[in-house]
Design a protein around this ligand. Structure first.
Ligand code: S3P
Length: 174
């Protein structure tokens, strides 16, 4: 059974890496943000604006449980998902978790391109973005560090994928 879960800050590359990894493992790729958007027929930004962040966090919490019925997938989680309630414990129970670690500077570099898609970052200047990322990351890292493995710092995706495959082969959580 291959359930692989990627956690990490916004912009760390969970979706891009997850899609490639799923194709290598020949399993389904699940992106929690895209699935939630499809299910509710609204963008994450609209969900935040209409119903507020706490409602979105409840949607994320409910997203995890049905995944216990699936046997094999790569899941790219939204950056905040592991950091609320018991979500990180549930994700760890569900499968093998990997924290894709990036420095605040690297995250900012990646995020300036895609800020508008992310309601928590809307309206921040580049300078404000760096201090936001530093603070938020410090708040969230204790959760991310509960992952089974931490990878990605100063690595290209191909290298990270090889390491994930290496960690997975002897594990096979069931
Ligand atoms: C969020 C991260 C986003 C998305 C939402 C909130 C967060 O996902 O779930 O905008 O709280 O970090 P990505 O990590 O895919 O950007």
């Amino acid at each position: 059974m291959e359930r692989v879960i990627l956690v990490g800050f916004m912009g760390c590359g969970k979706s891009t890496l997850g899609r490639k990894l799923a194709s290598k493992l020949n399993v389904a790729f699940i992106d929690s943000d895209s699935d939630i958007e499809k299910r509710y027929q609204q963008s994450i930004g609209e969900l935040f604006t209409r119903y507020g962040e706490s409602h979105f966090r409840e949607i994320e919490r409910q997203f995890i449980e049905p995944l216990y019925d699936e046997t094999a997938f790569v899941l790219a989680t939204g950056g905040g998902m592991p950091c609320f309630g018991q979500n990180m414990e549930m994700l760890n129970e569900l499968g093998t978790t990997f924290y894709l670690e990036r420095s605040p500077k690297e995250l900012v570099h990646r995020l300036v391109q895609s800020k508008t898609k992310r309601p928590l970052l809307a309206g921040l200047s580049e300078d404000e973005l760096l201090s936001y990322v530093e603070n938020k990351l410090a708040e969230r890292e204790p959760y991310y560090h509960l992952a089974d493995f931490t990878l990605g710092r100063d690595e290209q995706n191909a290298e990270t994928i090889q390491k994930i495959l290496h960690h997975l082969s002897p594990l096979q959580k069931s």
